[in-house]
Each structure stands twice: as C-alpha cells, then as structure tokens.
Design a protein around this ligand. Structure first.
Ligand SMILES: *[C@@H]1O[C@H](CO)[C@@H](O)[C@H](O)[C@H]1NC(C)=O
Ligand SMILES: *[C@@H]1O[C@H](CO)[C@@H](O)[C@H](O)[C@H]1NC(C)=O
Ligand SMILES: *[C@@H]1O[C@H](CO)[C@@H](O)[C@H](O)[C@H]1NC(C)=O
Ligand SMILES: *[C@@H]1O[C@H](CO)[C@@H](O)[C@H](O)[C@H]1NC(C)=O
Length: 348
C-alpha cells in the first residue's frame, strides 16, 4: 500500500525532488481521508530524499521501518517520543478537522494532505516547511520565519482553518521544534547511517525502437529505465549533432519504477528514409564522465521492409531495431577492462 502512495506522491510533486546540489530533505507525508465524522483513514510516510524510511501502520499508528539503518540512527527514547507525538497529533488532528467540518458544513468525504519536513543545505543552515492540501488542492503553507500560516486561496474554509491553526499554538510550536531543530539534528544522523543508500547508483538500461503512426512519419523512441538517482540527461543526435528542443522532440517526465529506480522516454519524429543517422545519448552519474550511445537503424532495409509488411497487415508497428541491454555486470566488466567501445564514449 505504501508503494502506491509513494509513487503517487512522486508523480504529483515532481518539482520538489530537484534539490540543489548537496542538499538533503526529510519529508513526512500524511494523507487523511475523512469518510464521515466517525471514520478517518490516515496514511503516513517518512522520506529522506526519495528513500522511504518508514510508514505508519494504518490501524495502530505505530511506525514500520523500511530501511535497516533508520532505527539504529536514533536512540530508542527518541523513537518512543516521536511515536507518541505522532499518535497525539493524529488524534487532535482528526478532532480539529471534524469539528471544523461540522461548523462549516464541509461535505464528506474529503481528503487532507500534509507535508512537513526540513531541508539541510551544504552550508549547514536549514529550512523547515509545512504544507496542507485539501481535496488535492494547495490550501495552506507554514511560513517558518513569520511563524504564520499562509493562504493559497482566500476562501471561507481556508481562513477558518488558518485561524484555528493560528489559535492552536501547540501545533505551530510542534512544527517549529520538530522541523527547525529535531529534524536537522536527526537528519545529520540519518545521513551518516544511510550513507550507502544515498550513494546508490544504478546505471540506465536503454532501448531504441521505432513506431510508425502513418506512412509519412516515423517516431524514434529512446526508452531509458532502471536508473538511480533521478537526475539524467537524454538527448538525440542527428549525424552526431544534438537535436535542439522543438516540435519534433518530446521527452516524458521522469517516472518512478516500483523498485526505486526511474524511467523516461524521449521520442523524435523523423521522415522515413531521410538519410540521417540518429543516436540516443544518455548521461547519468552512474556512468561517470562517459555517455551511453544507442544508435538507431544500422540496417534501414530491414526496417523499411518490416514497416511495409506490418502496415500492409494493418497493424501498428513497434519494431525494435536496436535492443541495448545495459547490465551492471557487463558495465563493471567493461570498466575493469577499460573499454574502447562505440557504445560508451569518453566525452569531456
Ligand atoms: C462511516 O464510514 C465507514 C466507512 O465507510 C462506515 O463503515 C460507517 O458505517 C460510517 N458511519 C456513519 C456514522 O456513517
Ligand atoms: C545557505 O544556503 C542556502 C541555499 O543555498 C541559502 O539560501 C542560504 O542563504 C545560505 N545561508 C548562509 C548563511 O549562507
Ligand atoms: C526556526 O528557524 C527560523 C529561521 O531560521 C527562526 O527564525 C526561528 O526563530 C526558529 N524557531 C525556533 C523555535 O527555533
Ligand atoms: C481564536 O481564539 C480567540 C481568542 O481566544 C477566539 O475568540 C476565536 O474564536 C478563536 N478562533 C478560532 C477559529 O478558533
């Protein structure tokens, strides 16, 4: 269950994963679904960057750890305190929301999402943050410097919740203490204990193939998957020159796989038989300074006859012309024997 929640959040919050170089962010996520005044489902998840640290048990509100190094990072007494605070917080939260919903005639069911955490910068300063969403819309954010809740939209409901939170100083103090101080102190420990997980590198596996939506158009698809961490550069080269952004080039968002690797695809529209050579070029930190180059179509004759055959059969074509499977084992072997490979190029 937590995986679907995580994947959803990674999809919904793409911009928030682009930390400045050397920064680290801890996030606590909460999604509470209020079915009616007596039934609330709460899911909770803790993340260091995009690594799942642990989640709340939906029924007991105990913490389940997903990484073996998370529990040892903090003393037992800290976890007891955190677990107790979470339980008290969730109880008060439900009461507060149900109370407000009945006073303001808010229709059930509705969903409240909260994200809070802190970001530690390379200069060792930090920033705490807290956001609240209502039915999937931005609703309130907490300004740590002002100690105030800020409205996204000036609605009656938003102003009411803002006033309630402002009155409910215990909550604001909790945010201040937990995310200003505790979060940063704990993050230092998590970074030490989780060093290996944060340094994890998974090289991309890439495939180039073509689709022909019509006889006059060919779509070259470069599918890249299985890489970690998330930052990556994927480009198309036409006769060795990078194809600049334009209507012919479409690159998808970077999407998560279930095993905490990522994928994306880059599609280039070309005219069939235009005589150019096309290569997909991938750069990723797991490759060091080298690039992964996947050429398209060594043998055009095979492609064209394949297309004609498939089109005449009235079938949409998915012709895999170059299949390049990038395996860690191979990569390491290549690295040991210092390659002069046409696939992995040494670029400055
Ligand atoms: C509230 O919702 C739960 C779950 O949907 C349901 O089982 C329960 O009967 C509802 N209670 C009331 C008072 O409507
Ligand atoms: C530390 O770095 C952050 C992010 O780069 C910056 O916003 C902040 O002003 C810096 N603080 C100091 C004291 O240099
Ligand atoms: C939290 O951090 C902000 C900004 O650094 C600071 O203004 C505020 O006084 C801090 N609050 C607490 C309770 O430490
Ligand atoms: C906030 O507190 C003030 C003073 O105690 C009270 O008059 C007001 O009704 C409270 N507002 C809310 C939204 O709870």
């Amino acid at each position: 269950m937590h995986h679907s929640l995580f994947l959803l959040l990674v999809l919904l919050l793409p911009g928030t994963w682009a930390d400045p170089e050397g920064s680290f962010t801890v996030r606590l996520l909460q999604i509470s679904t209020f079915q009616n005044t007596s039934s609330v489902d709460t899911e909770g998840l803790g993340l260091l960057e995009d690594i799942e640290l642990g989640a709340l048990d939906k029924r007991t509100w105990n913490i389940h750890f997903y990484q073996p190094w998370v529990r040892p990072a903090l003393p037992r007494s800290d976890w007891d305190t955190i677990e107790n605070m979470i339980k008290i917080y969730l109880q008060k939260f439900s009461h507060l929301i149900n109370d407000g919903a009945s006073k303001r005639d808010v229709p059930y069911p509705f969903v409240v999402q909260c994200v809070a955490g802190c970001e530690l910068y390379p200069n060792r300063t930090s920033r705490a943050f807290a956001y609240v969403g209502y039915n999937g819309q931005d609703f309130l954010s907490y300004d740590v410097d002002l100690g105030k809740w800020i409205l996204y939209e000036d609605t009656d409901l938003a102003r009411y919740v803002q006033a309630t939170l402002q009155n409910y100083t215990a909550f604001s103090e909790l945010v201040q203490v937990l995310f200003n101080d505790t979060c940063v102190d704990d993050m230092e420990l998590l970074l030490q204990y989780g060093k290996a997980a944060l340094a994890r590198r998974e090289p991309p596996v890439a495939t180039v193939f073509a689709r022909a939506p019509g006889p006059a158009q060919l779509l070259l698809v470069c599918r890249v998957t299985g890489f970690y961490p998330r930052p990556i550069s994927v480009a198309w080269l036409r006769d060795g020159q990078e194809v600049l952004p334009g209507p012919a080039l479409t690159t998808s968002a970077i999407l998560p796989n279930a095993d905490l690797t990522y994928q994306l695809r880059s599609v280039l529209a070309v005219n069939p038989g235009d005589g150019h050579s096309y290569t997909c070029r991938i750069r990723h930190c797991s490759l060091g300074t080298r690039s992964l180059l996947i050429p398209w179509g060594n043998s055009k004759a095979v492609l064209i006859s394949g297309l004609v055959a498939a089109l005449s059969a009235g079938v949409t074509v998915a012709a895999i012309v170059v299949l390049w499977v990038w395996r860690r084992r191979k990569y390491q072997k290549m690295e040991e024997s210092e390659p002069r490979s046409s696939i992995v190029s040494n670029e400055a």
